[in-house]
Design a protein around this ligand. Structure first.
Ligand SMILES: *[C@@H]1O[C@H](CO)[C@@H](O)[C@H](O)[C@H]1NC(C)=O
Ligand SMILES: *[C@@H]1O[C@H](CO)[C@@H](O)[C@H](O)[C@H]1NC(C)=O
Ligand SMILES: *[C@@H]1O[C@H](CO)[C@@H](O)[C@H](O)[C@H]1NC(C)=O
Ligand SMILES: *[C@@H]1O[C@H](CO)[C@@H](O)[C@H](O)[C@H]1NC(C)=O
Ligand SMILES: *[C@@H]1O[C@H](CO)[C@@H](O)[C@H](O)[C@H]1NC(C)=O
Ligand SMILES: *[C@@H]1O[C@H](CO)[C@@H](O)[C@H](O)[C@H]1NC(C)=O
Length: 815
């Protein structure tokens, strides 16, 4: 009897100690391994670690599950390496790591801890995380040596990270079980792509995208906004070293999980405290439109309409002829209705969609929707754009280049995003959506103020692509684009010295590139104009109206405080002086090119003097103001600058002489009187310089002290004009043309303005063979100049002087 009592006591003690062991223990220490049949419980008894058979398999695995739902295993240790019997032991190995041993003491699985711990202990936390750490460090999530959360299998629990360690490039993702009976990695993975703040969650089958949840937009992942529930929320964390998706629990009395099952479905489940089982909230894919790229390229998938697939506006089916439902699915994809940037275009808003896959795209978080539109508009490969961040009312810019893949209309319950797709303008007006019309107006008139101006100006429609010349002269309501300083600063790399391509008395010229890709030359005027903003604007408008193929086109202007800037087309081949005065480069300009340049300058000047509505006197014509386009056609620059500097074009005498020595007519340099004939004088000098390849001012001859004009005159009188020819023209020169150029040049540099021809005569004389020309007299101003004090003061620099006529006179008299 006694012995029986002792036995039962012993038994109950044993039993209670076993029970106690299995219920109270949440740690494994070197002295307390976990053997098959036992489980480790988290402190509040929610999660368990133990051994299990998956489905109908006879293999044994170590895993973690929720105590109320042991059938749903959330993590598996030895998913690649099953045990075949019940002899498995999980213990602290002799390197201080966690090891799973088989009957024969083979290591079936190991935590591979990188550094040995002196007092290692493994603990199952209430989050479902199994951690290995030093016992003296206290039990907390931190300071662990190893944790199961870093090695997810097919399930995300709140607190787990799916994504990237950006430092090491290591990726964490879910891999489905092969089948319900086999936890080894199957063909489906659930991964975050590495697109920074717009990272997308995607289910892959092997390497192929199967379901795309869409980019993170600050609030949710593309197509799963509905998961508005009181239990958890999904977020994206993007820091310097990490980019990951994680779920955050909102309620302490419930738990959530996301699992990719063995047939590639994503299951979102929750377990309420009171509940006994996991409740499935949602499964993905939800409908056919969730299947990646279901409708092919540039199409939209809609489940509530027939047919499900339709081309996006502005696109047509790729296959020609009747598109039946049948061949739609065969051909699927859609192509552009028209090539982009060939005619007027705008953007059509498509509301409530899952935005296209991020294949070829650009993301800028600091741009707003307007800037995004502008930038997309001006880049002909940009097909669509939209906000990248929907929180705070929308911000950031996503631009898509190339085909738009996997766009779907979101079911009504969810809130998709707005996508703006480039379409021909005809598509915009035909749509009866008032919003759309408004957008069209916006695009045409407000959003891109420069655009409408471009349209009116007829300069360009899409600068980065085709340029279209328009009829400007008929339109008096000309608007010249004004650029803000930020735009110009950015374009010129903040007026970097390296961007300076020219300097002169009117200011400095910077090379620049607008965000649209258009190259520009920015003339930053020196600050001494003393002109008001309105006057400046008026002058700019007047100048912008001057349009001729031999004048540099004005693109716009910029006013900021005292600073005034003129924005011109950029001319890739620099200016005339760069070529003709350089021994090597002069060979690049053969006679045909030079004669073409001579004619072009003459025609441009004729237009300024007589053919435009205004009469513009250039007053600073010289080779460095003759720019050359990509085909080496001449374009006169800096015309009208004198007007901007407050010189009244109708006044024939000025106190302030602007111009460059060597090109200034005598009457202008001496008296400050000028007329169209002052420009003719400058042109004459240029003609002689083009023919000879020598500078009037720098001209030196051992036999006499004359400048180039004097030298030309001497040779002309001796009938030796051909000796003036630049030797590099020997092979290409047409002698009669060359002599005519010298002849006309000498007529242009006559001392008395009345003796000089008008520009129409110049153009006539140059252009027609066999016309008998008047004989020139001695040119004006042909030997004085090299002795002038001005010359000595600024050696080697061809600068525009702004001087007072009186001092010029005294300098000249004082020689
Ligand atoms: C541990 O390391 C071994 C060998 O480096 C490797 O085969 C095994 O997969 C690793 N185990 C874990 C759980 O990372
Ligand atoms: C990322 O990897 C680096 C290098 O392996 C490691 O030092 C760092 O701790 C890792 N970061 C995180 C958050 O795991
Ligand atoms: C995976 O989930 C989907 C959707 O809930 C379900 O239809 C399918 O049967 C599941 N597959 C397995 C193997 O459980
Ligand atoms: C983003 O846009 C802003 C404003 O337009 C610009 O200043 C910035 O350089 C852009 N960033 C990138 C990376 O392009
Ligand atoms: C348009 O954008 C693409 C992609 O960013 C870029 O490669 C291309 O240079 C841009 N084109 C122009 C004209 O700016
Ligand atoms: C003129 O510019 C074009 C385009 O930039 C270039 O291809 C050509 O080589 C240039 N010509 C000369 C003579 O430099």
């Amino acid at each position: 009897m006694e012995s029986f009592q002792i036995f039962t006591l012993f038994c109950s003690l044993l039993l209670s100690s076993v029970l106690e062991f299995s219920s109270a223990v949440d740690t494994i220490t070197p002295n307390h391994p976990l053997i098959d049949g036992q489980t480790l419980s988290s402190s509040s008894n929610s999660f368990e670690l133990g051994f299990f058979y998956p489905g109908s398999s006879n293999n044994r695995y170590l895993g973690i599950w929720h105590r109320k739902s042991p059938g749903a295993v959330l993590w598996v240790a030895n998913r690649n390496n099953p045990l075949t019997d019940l002899s498995g032991v999980l213990e602290i190995g002799n390197k201080g790591d966690l090891v799973l041993l088989s009957k024969s003491k083979n290591i079936v699985w190991s935590s591979n801890a990188s550094r040995p711990l002196t007092n290692p202990v493994a603990q199952l936390l209430d989050s479902g995380n199994l951690i290995l750490k030093d016992s003296r460090a206290g039990f907390s999530d931190e300071n662990h040596q190893w944790q199961s959360f870093d090695h997810p299998t097919d399930t995300v629990l709140p607190g787990m990270k799916i994504g990237w360690n950006l430092t090491s490039g290591e990726e964490r993702y879910l891999a489905s079980w092969k089948s319900v009976d086999d936890p080894s990695p199957g063909e489906f993975t659930y991964r975050l792509d590495n697109h920074g703040p717009a990272a997308q969650l995607i289910i892959f089958k092997g390497d192929v995208k199967k379901v795309r949840l869409g980019p993170w937009n600050g609030l949710f992942y593309g197509s799963i906004p509905v998961l508005k529930n009181p239990i958890f929320k999904s977020i994206l964390v993007h820091s310097k070293d990490e980019l990951y998706y994680t779920d955050q629990l909102l309620s302490s009395s419930a738990i959530s999980r996301v699992t990719v099952n063995s047939s590639g479905s994503l299951q979102v489940s929750v377990m309420y405290e009171m509940g006994a089982e996991w409740t499935n909230l949602l499964s993905w894919p939800f409908d056919t439109c969730d299947n990646y790229g279901h409708c092919g390229a540039n199409a939209i998938c809609r489940t509530n309409k027939a047919p499900t697939c339709d081309c996006l506006k502005g696109f047509i089916p790729k296959s020609q002829g009747d598109v039946t439902l049948q061949n739609w699915f065969e051909s699927r994809s859609c192509k552009r209705m028209t090539e982009y940037c060939q005619r007027e275009e705008g953007f059509l808003r498509i509301a409530g969609v899952k935005v296209p896959d991020l294949l070829k795209f650009q993301l800028n978080e600091s741009m707003d929707l307007k800037e995004c539109e502008t930038q997309c508009f001006w880049n002909c490969s940009c097909i669509a754009y939209g906000n990248s961040d929907m929180s705070r009312g929308g911000s950031g810019c996503l631009m898509w280049f190339g085909d738009l893949i996997d766009v779907r209309e979101q079911p009504a319950v969810t809130s998709g995003q707005d996508l703006y797709v480039r379409v021909p303008a005809s598509e915009l007006t035909s749509v009866r959506d008032s919003n759309t019309k408004k957008r069209l107006k916006t695009i045409m008139a407000v959003t891109i103020p420069t655009l409408s101006a471009f349209l009116v100006l007829g300069l360009v429609f899409c600068t980065s692509c085709k340029k279209r010349k328009g009829t400007v002269s008929e339109n008096d309501d000309i608007e010249v684009p004004t650029f803000d300083l930020d735009t110009i600063s950015l374009a010129t790399n903040y007026f970097s010295k390296a961007n300076i391509i020219g300097e002169g008395g009117f200011g400095s010229v910077y090379k620049g590139r607008l965000l649209t890709g258009q190259e520009i030359a920015v003339k930053k005027l020196s600050r001494n104009s003393g002109q008001g903003i309105q006057e400046f604007r008026n002058e700019v408008v007047l100048i912008a109206k001057l349009q001729h193929k031999n004048l540099v086109g004005l693109v716009g202007s910029c006013i900021q405080g005292e600073d005034r800037m003129l924005v011109y087309e950029y001319m890739p081949n620099k200016s005339l002086d760069y070529f003709i005065f350089d021994g090597e480069r002069s060979t690049l300009l053969g006679w045909q090119k030079r004669f073409n340049i001579v004619l072009g300058i003459a025609k441009g000047l004729l237009y300024l003097h007589q053919d435009s509505k205004l009469q513009i006197i250039h007053r600073d014509l010289k080779p460095s103001n003759i720019l050359l386009d990509s085909k080496l056609n001449p374009k006169i620059s800096d015309f009208g600058l004198a007007r901007i500097f407050g010189e009244d074009g109708n006044e024939a005498k000025t106190k302030r002489v602007v111009g460059t020595y060597g090109y200034m007519s005598p009457e202008y340099a001496i008296d400050g009187t000028f007329s169209v004939k002052s420009d003719v004088f400058s042109l004459g000098v240029i003609l002689l310089e083009i023919v000879t390849g020598k500078k009037n001012r720098r001209f030196f001859h051992p036999d006499h002290h004359h400048n180039l004009l004097g030298h030309a005159w001497l040779l002309w009188k001796q009938d030796k004009a051909l000796e003036l020819m630049d030797p590099s023209l020997a092979e290409t020169c047409i002698k009669s043309q060359l002599v005519r150029c010298i002849h006309v040049g000498l007529l242009c540099v006559q001392k008395h303005p009345d003796d000089r021809p008008t520009m129409s005569s110049v153009v006539f004389m140059l252009g027609i063979e066999g016309v008998v020309l008047a004989q020139p007299k001695e040119p004006g101003y042909f030997f004085v100049e090299r002795c002038s004090a001005m010359d000595a003061a600024v050696p080697g620099k061809e600068t525009m002087y702004s001087i007072n006529a009186v001092s010029t006179t005294s300098v000249l008299e004082g020689r």
